[in-house]
Design a protein around this ligand. Sequence first.
Ligand SMILES: Cc1cc2nc3c(=O)[nH]c(=O)nc-3n(C[C@H](O)[C@H](O)[C@H](O)COP(=O)(O)O)c2cc1C
Length: 184
Amino acid sequence: MTIVVLISSPRKGGFGERIALRVAEGAESAGNDVDVIHLNDLVRIRQCQNCGACKMNGGKCVIDDDAVAVLDAIERADGIVISTSINFNSANGLFKIVLDRMYRFMDANACSTLPKDKKVAIVVTAGADSASAAKEADGLERIMTQHFYCESPGTIAYNTWMMDKDMPVDDDVMERAFGIGTRF
Ligand SMILES: Cc1cc2nc3c(=O)[nH]c(=O)nc-3n(C[C@H](O)[C@H](O)[C@H](O)COP(=O)(O)O)c2cc1C
C-alpha cells in the first residue's frame, strides 16, 4: 500500500511535519510505502476556478500546474496523511487550495469519483488555539469520510503554545501518531 503524506506548513522540520512523519513511520512499520510531499515546494499553483469542466470531462482539471501531480498522487494512494497548521482559525491557505482542487474528484451529482476506502489521517497544529485545531481536525475528517468515503485511522490536534519550532513534540502525541500510522 502507498501512503501519501501532504505537509502544508512552510516550516520544514516544524511540529506538523514531525507529527505527520511519525504517522508515516507507523505506516511504514505496518509494511506500507510512504511518499512525502511538501506543498510549499509547489511553485505554480492556482485555486479551483469552479469552471465545471471536470464535471463534464471525466474528472480532469483544466488547470495545468504543480497541483496536478499532487492530485494524481492522492487519487492513486491507498492512504493519505494530511498535515495543516491553523492560520487565522482554520486550515492554512495552501492546503485549502489543494483541498478545493479535489473538487475534480466530485462528479456532476456531487458524488465522489475517488476510489473508496482510502484511509486518511489528519494532523492539525495551532500556535495557541486548541479549539480551532480540534474543530479543523474534526471538520477535515468529516469532509474526507463523508464526501470522499475515506476511513479515518485517527486525527491529531496539537497546540504548540507558540514554542520555537525545534522544541520537541510531546512524547504521548508522537506515540499516538505512530499508533495511527500502524492502522494504515
Ligand atoms: C499567518 C498565520 C496565522 C496564524 N494564525 C493562527 C491562529 O489563528 N491560531 C493559532 O493558534 N495559531 C496561529 N498561527 C500559528 C501556527 O498555527 C503555528 O505556528 C503552527 O501551527 C505551528 O506548526 P508548524 O511548526 O508545523 O508550522 C498562525 C501562523 C501564521 C503564519
